[in-house]
Design a protein around this ligand. Structure first.
Ligand SMILES: [Mn+2]
Length: 432
């Protein structure tokens, strides 16, 4: 068995490097420490099953033949790996961008002083011409930006910048990235926010409160999206848009934030030539009159309401299910055969529980594999109605920390909404 892991209090660079490792070493199992930094934790709460990471408790360390360590070079920073240190036959591979001397005694090493560890691994991924998904590219860029302070820290190198370019080419999504990185709110941002608040106006569009604000700005100002977000919060409107006019560059940047599913900022921004996801997005428009932009936005907002995507468009079906008297070992076979991470338990036509791979951890002795699934299943039965929105599904998944939601209509289960189904929507991968 090969495992790949990183340091405790894992940051995005460490986490991204672990996932990049699973691309470079397809047989390696990604192991994450329990102690994660808060940004990574928030990211994982909605992306968890998509990366298949495990904790050290879920594997048997005595079977490990190769340990791949990324973004650190010290035993002391690894979580619960002490027993491996005694193993004289263990092969250790090391990828690290810190200049400290390693005590891991690796047989293979790639250690260079560079802005982010992920940059080293992207070098290899590029060399092997491996294709990245937008989600992987987004995660890798988040790691790269976090460790290089958006390429502004003195430790950043040209190769980090090229790697960032490569990830953008591979469709890394800056809107998603900025939701997970702690954004910077400084003096410039504060002044703009105060100016915006002084001139704030709200309008009603259908039943929603919306505010559009036109602001003149000079020079480059970072994190305007954060300003718009705070502006929306303070005004307490459902959606807010800032039209930022760069006089000297003859361009306008439109940034939008929405907290209601009926106002899909991503699709509005796409109509303006930009992009984003349902809650946040932006567009840049050259040589245009800002008040014309204001009118255009209003028109798009009025026409935006009808085309929202529903759970019934995204859910997977038919639903594979088992009855509550099925043995755990049979359940394990079904999960393996169908390649899914969980199953609803249905008696007659009624949903009585849900079993997931995680529940198998409750098994202490092998005889329990013959027990019926009802002894181990989760009976909270959190479900969703097919007429609800993907945003609502994501909220429920994060709140209850579950990756699969049974879709129930008239007491009958008609589909399953998984994290990956929701992600297809958030990453805009749906066919038009
Ligand atoms: Mn790092």
């Amino acid at each position: 068995m090969q495992i790949i892991t990183t340091h405790r209090n894992t940051d995005f660079d460490g986490f991204a490097s672990v996932i990049a490792g699973t691309i470079i070493y397809p047989d390696a199992i990604p192991i994450l420490p329990k102690a994660l930094n808060p940004n990574v934790k928030a990211f994982l709460s909605i992306h968890k099953d998509l990366f298949g990471t495990r904790t050290v408790n879920e594997i048997d360390l005595t079977h490990v033949k190769r340990l791949i360590v990324v973004d650190t070079c010290k035993w002391s920073r690894l979580e619960k790996m002490k027993s491996l240190r005694e193993n004289k036959n263990l092969e250790i591979f090391l990828w690290d961008h810190h200049e400290n001397k390693s005590d891991l005694n690796p047989i293979w090493i790639c250690q260079e002083r560079i802005g982010a560890n992920i940059t080293l691994m992207i070098r290899e991924i590029k060399k092997q011409k491996i294709l990245l998904t937008p989600m992987q590219a987004t995660l890798f860029l988040t790691g790269l930006y976090e460790d290089t302070g958006n390429l502004s820290f003195p430790s950043s190198t040209a190769e980090d910048a090229y790697a960032a370019g490569y990830l953008l080419e591979n469709k890394a999504d800056l809107n998603i990235l900025s939701t997970f990185l702690q954004p910077a709110y400084g003096e410039k941002q504060k002044n703009i926010l105060f100016e915006m608040l002084k001139t704030a106006r709200r309008t009603k569009i259908d039943s929603y409160a919306v505010s559009i604000n036109i602001m003149q700005i000079a020079g480059h100002i970072s994190n305007l999206s954060l300003v718009v977000n705070m502006y929306r919060d303070i005004l307490n409107v459902d959606a807010a848009f800032g039209i930022f006019v760069h006089k000297d560059h003859e361009k306008c940047i439109v940034i939008g934030r929405s907290s209601v599913e009926d106002i899909n900022v991503g699709s509005i921004m796409r109509s303006m030539g930009g992009g984003g996801h349902p809650g946040a997005g932006s567009a840049m428009i050259k040589s245009v009159n800002p008040s014309a932009l204001n009118d255009w936005l209003l028109e798009l907002l009025k026409g935006n309401q009808q085309s929202s995507v529903l759970i019934s468009d995204l859910m997977s079906y038919p639903v594979f299910s088992v009855t509550s008297d099925t043995s755990m070992s049979d359940v394990a076979d079904v999960l393996k055969e169908k390649g899914c991470t969980g199953l609803p338990i249905v008696d007659g036509e009624k949903l009585v529980g849900v079993i997931s791979r995680r529940d198998f951890k409750k098994i202490r002795k092998s005889s329990q594999l013959q027990s019926p699934v009802k002894a181990f299943m989760n009976t909270r039965n959190i479900t969703i109605d097919p007429g609800k929105s993907p945003m609502e599904a994501a909220r429920i998944m994060v709140k209850y920390d579950i990756g699969r939601l049974p879709v129930v209509k008239d007491d009958k289960i008609i589909g399953i909404m998984s994290r990956s189904d929701a992600m297809l929507y958030f990453y805009d991968l749906l066919p038009d």
